[in-house]
Design a binder for this molecule. Structure first.
Ligand SMILES: *Cc1c(COP(=O)(O)O)cnc(C)c1O
Length: 337
């Protein structure tokens, strides 16, 4: 038995999802003629109560397109120090948008309205023009933790007062919505743009969706083409997104339950120093031995995980991890002395 907890990107399409993909009607999406891409985009926009959406190959591309559209070269983007847009997108903010970044020290990746307000540069020729704030929800390096809506509302208020745009890297936003019992519309009302990964816990082989006002998406479509992301008969892939939005959202709660079960076993394990609070499908824990040793022991039992720092290991739950696999993980944790 192989239990792959390295990431929720490792999922394979289910037979039913593959079937939906095979049945898709397609056309040339660069001409705007792929009915399935159009359906996915309309569905996502309606779900969030926003005007339009754009299907992209990756979450990195949808974030980078949003940042490019919201900024001018030389501008400054505010985000947390651990944010994916800064840490894991290859320096894309500098490369693609010619913008620089102001990093804030959030609590497990979550920043506050006060920190944002303090981070905005004064209107002074010496200073970069602050134009954009990027939040992440759930927060990957925060152990899949979720923002409180009230905290986001306060940040949006600062953005409105100071004429900044607010983008959400919502790679795992549906995990947050399911965990908190919130609705997509509440998020649509708070952000100028939202990027969502379909290729993570939602189980699609590839794909991301960028959502926002019609004028924003029109500009985003041009940037997607410039980035080389204008795909032709993309409907075969977009069909997996339609299927996932219809069938794979509610079930995220199962992954969250699995994560809690494994976290409880970790709390009791002698090699665990601490576990970040588990709210969704990610578990980040500190170990009191070299993480590589624990990862190797797990691997001997067919459990794959990643050491994400010199002291931390990450487990990510997803739809290819069954109840039986979770039991195997719990049992194995109990056996490591
Ligand atoms: C995975 C991820 C992305 C980007 O996704 P890709 O589709 O792999 O490019 C963006 N933000 C966060 C927080 C992620 O976890």
């Amino acid at each position: 038995m192989i239990v792959d907890l390295r990431s929720d990107t490792v999922t394979r399409p289910t037979p039913a999802m593959l079937d939906a993909m095979m049945q898709a009607s397609v056309g040339d999406d660069v001409f705007g003629e792929d009915p399935t891409v159009n359906k996915l985009e309309a569905m996502a926009a309606a779900l969030f109560g926003m005007e339009a959406a754009l299907y992209c190959p990756t979450g990195t591309m949808s974030n980078q397109i949003a940042i490019k559209v919201h900024t001018q070269p030389g501008d400054e983007v505010i985000c947390d120090r651990t944010a994916h847009v800064y840490q894991y997108e290859g320096g894309g903010i500098a490369f693609n948008a010619g913008a620089q970044v102001k990093l804030l020290d959030g609590a497990n990746g979550r920043i506050t309205a006060q920190q944002v307000a303090d981070g905005i540069n004064p209107d002074d020729v010496h200073k970069a023009h602050t134009s954009l704030v990027c939040l992440e929800n759930t927060v990957n390096r925060g152990g899949g933790s979720c923002y409180d809506l009230a905290a986001i509302r306060a940040i949006r208020q600062v953005c409105d007062e100071r004429d900044l745009k607010l983008h959400l890297d919502g790679a795992r936003l549906f995990n947050a919505l399911v965990a908190r019992g919130e609705s997509p519309r509440q998020y649509g009302a708070l952000f100028h743009s939202i990027s969502i990964c379909l290729n993570k816990g939602l189980g699609c082989p590839i794909g991301s969706i960028l959502i926002g006002p019609a004028a924003f998406i029109k500009r985003a479509r041009r940037i997607r083409k410039v980035f080389g992301g204008g795909m032709r008969q993309a409907g075969y892939m977009a069909a997996s997104g339609v299927y996932a939005l219809e069938h794979h959202v509610e079930r995220l709660a199962i992954d969250h339950g699995h994560a809690r079960t494994i976290a409880q076993a970790l709390e009791k394990a002698p090699f665990t120093a601490s576990v970040l609070p588990v709210e969704t499908n990610i578990i980040i824990f500190e170990v009191n031995r070299p993480p590589a040793d624990i990862v190797a022991l797990l691997k001997q039992q067919g459990i794959l995980a990643i050491a994400i720092s010199p002291t931390q290991i990450r487990f990510v739950l997803h739809l290819d991890v069954s109840k039986e696999m979770v039991e195997h993980v719990v049992k194995t944790i109990g056996l490591i002395g």
